[in-house]
Design a protein around this ligand. Structure first.
Ligand code: G6Q
Length: 546
């Protein structure tokens, strides 16, 4: 089997890169007045404008040929039908089944997974209706006021991001708090000011063995028992897990446990019972709208021709910059305050999935794989790190994400937000030439000497690539489509690089390592380590004993 760099499609891209790397986007626009139409796609309520990229028609043809050669369509079909494409864990990858409508079916290993998904969804929906309507009562007979989600990683980032993103749809009589960090500060602050008799804890853990989550859950339980009794726990603690016996051992009534399946990866799980906090926040109908938006994107990804396929295009552009231009990082800038946790969520989705250096066949990769993903909401980022994107020495592609209409239209705020977003993409593309800078400085009255000193610093090389992803409004359906777009983008890139995007051995390692250090820290018997590890433990010991 040929490696990626041995493929003729890859080599054709390398030769093409040599031809196009000096090409200026401003010239591509000048030469083709129809460039926006030719290099933008709309599907599932999302506009992807990728015209401000260092690509021409040939680039796209070559990238699409690569996607064909590595078999993206076949691999996607295998995922959607439940083949065990997560080979290192011998699991199917079926988050798409979580958003399939109830009238469809998908039989995997003799089980109709869609029927099972909807069975659990109905259980969750009934519970959610009871809590939201005030029918579900705490141990003193009062309705729930605060929901505390205890989980980490995939059992935290997705639900938290969506609850924030869909705040306009939140039932405001309920307050939501999220605890993830094992740092006791997190749970202490989260519990601060709460009344046990109106608080509901969701212990969200696929395995129900994660140290951080169990520590926080035990602390929450102890805090609760300062007010309530053991027999009241069932009214205030529910669990989301695949591990029924561990849930029972913790003391949560398994009648209050919402199942899911090993074929749902943590970072792909917000659509499952792990999204219970989301359901409680926005209600079942809105949750269903979010699922419908994601399902529409699944359909689009599975059926649209590659040249009009949003996840495929987004993924190929990432490969183009990461592997040919040597861009090792990628910024995501949501120009929507409700999406302020979206970059953090995407960091896990992208970097945990594609941060791999071994191919699925066990051989080392022969190209770079997942880039560093980072970002902050606009316009805040402009007043911070955008300097590096405009004038830094690295090429950093940016995804700008925004909505044409705000959920909070007030005065000119949204026009200003959109103007900043669009102007950034324009400025990154066009830059500012030395002659332009000199003219401006001359007009401001500077001498030639002053201009000579300042001008180099005010030059912007431009030609910095961006995608702009716009929706009409950030509704539950639009968000569902947007998240699924990025999920499938990650999938396509993983397939191109030949890696398994669905395992996370690096995360598992972290889970094991802390256990050994913890027992030594707690017992005071520090074992054999390198001098740094021992020195750090001794330092902690010194101050913890005093
Ligand atoms: C996600 C990862 C990881 C996981 C957490 C929490 O894809 O596997 O982030 O979600 O480690 O695991 P539990 O849900 O099992 O507690």
């Amino acid at each position: 089997m040929k490696t990626l760099t041995e493929l003729s499609e890859w080599q054709a891209l390398q030769s093409h890169y040599a031809e196009i790397k000096g090409e200026q986007m401003v010239n591509l626009f000048a030469d083709n007045p129809d460039r926006f139409n030719e290099f933008s796609v709309q599907a599932c309520g999302i506009l992807l404008d990728y015209s401000k990229n260092r690509v021409n028609k040939k680039t796209l043809q070559l990238l699409l040929a690569l996607a064909d050669e590595v078999g993206i369509a076949d691999h996607a079909a295998a995922m959607f039908r439940g083949d065990r494409i997560n080979a290192t864990e011998d699991r199917s990858v079926l988050h798409s089944a979580l958003r399939m409508p109830a009238d469809q079916s998908l039989v995997v290993d003799g089980v109709d997974v869609v029927a099972d998904v909807h069975k659990v969804a109905r259980q969750a929906a009934e519970f959610v209706d009871k809590v939201r309507s005030g029918e579900w009562l705490g141990y003193t007979g009062k309705p729930i006021k605060t929901v505390v989600n205890i989980g980490i990683g995939g059992s935290d980032l997705g639900p938290l991001m969506v609850c924030e993103a869909l705040k306009p749809w939140q039932q405001r009589s309920l307050e939501f708090r999220f605890v993830s960090n094992v740092d006791g500060t997190h749970i202490t602050e989260a519990l601060s000011g709460l009344d046990a008799d109106t608080t509901l804890f969701i212990v969200a853990s696929k395995t129900f063995t994660t140290q951080e989550t169990l520590a926080n859950a035990h602390t929450a339980r102890n805090w609760f028992l300062e007010s309530g009794n053991e027999s009241d726990i069932a009214k205030h603690f529910v669990a989301v897990s695949t591990n029924e016996s561990a849930v029972a051992d913790f003391g949560i009534d398994v009648a209050n446990m919402f199942r899911f399946w090993d074929w749902v990866g943590g970072r792909y799980s917000l659509w499952s019972s792990i999204g219970l906090a989301i359901r409680l926040s926005i209600g079942n109908d809105n949750f269903d709208q979010m699922l419908a938006g994601a399902h529409a994107m699944d359909q689009h990804f599975a059926t649209a021709e590659t040249h009009r396929n949003l996840p495929v295009i987004l993924a190929l552009l990432g490969v183009w910059y990461g592997n040919f231009f040597g861009a090792r990082s990628q910024v995501v800038a949501p120009y929507d305050q409700y999406l302020h946790r979206f970059p953090a969520y995407l960091q896990q989705l992208d970097m945990e999935s594609n941060g791999k250096q071994v191919r699925i066949d066990g051989q080392p990769v022969d190209t770079a794989t997942g880039a560093v993903l980072w970002g902050e909401p606009g316009t805040n980022g402009q007043h911070a790190f955008f300097q590096l994107i405009h004038q830094g020495s690295d090429l950093i592609p940016v995804d700008f994400i925004t909505a044409a209409r705000s959920c909070n239209e007030s005065g000119s705020h949204h026009s200003m937000l959109l103007a900043n977003c669009i102007a950034q993409t324009e400025a990154l593309m066009t830059g500012k030439s030395r002659s332009q800078v000199e003219m401006e400085l001359r007009d401001s009255g500077m001498t030639d000497d002053e201009i000579g000193k300042l001008a180099p610093h005010k030059v912007f090389t431009g030609n910095r690539p961006t995608n702009t992803i716009m929706v009409e409004q950030l509704t539950p359906a639009a968000l569902g489509s947007l998240i699924a777009l990025y999920e499938h983008k990650v999938f396509v890139q993983g397939k191109i690089w030949g890696i398994n995007s669905f395992d996370q051995w690096g995360v598992e390692l972290g889970k094991q390592l802390a256990a050994a250090v913890l027992s030594e820290l707690e017992s005071g018997n520090i074992g054999e380590h390198d001098s740094s590890t021992t020195g750090l433990m001794r330092y902690c010991q010194q101050y913890r004993q005093n």
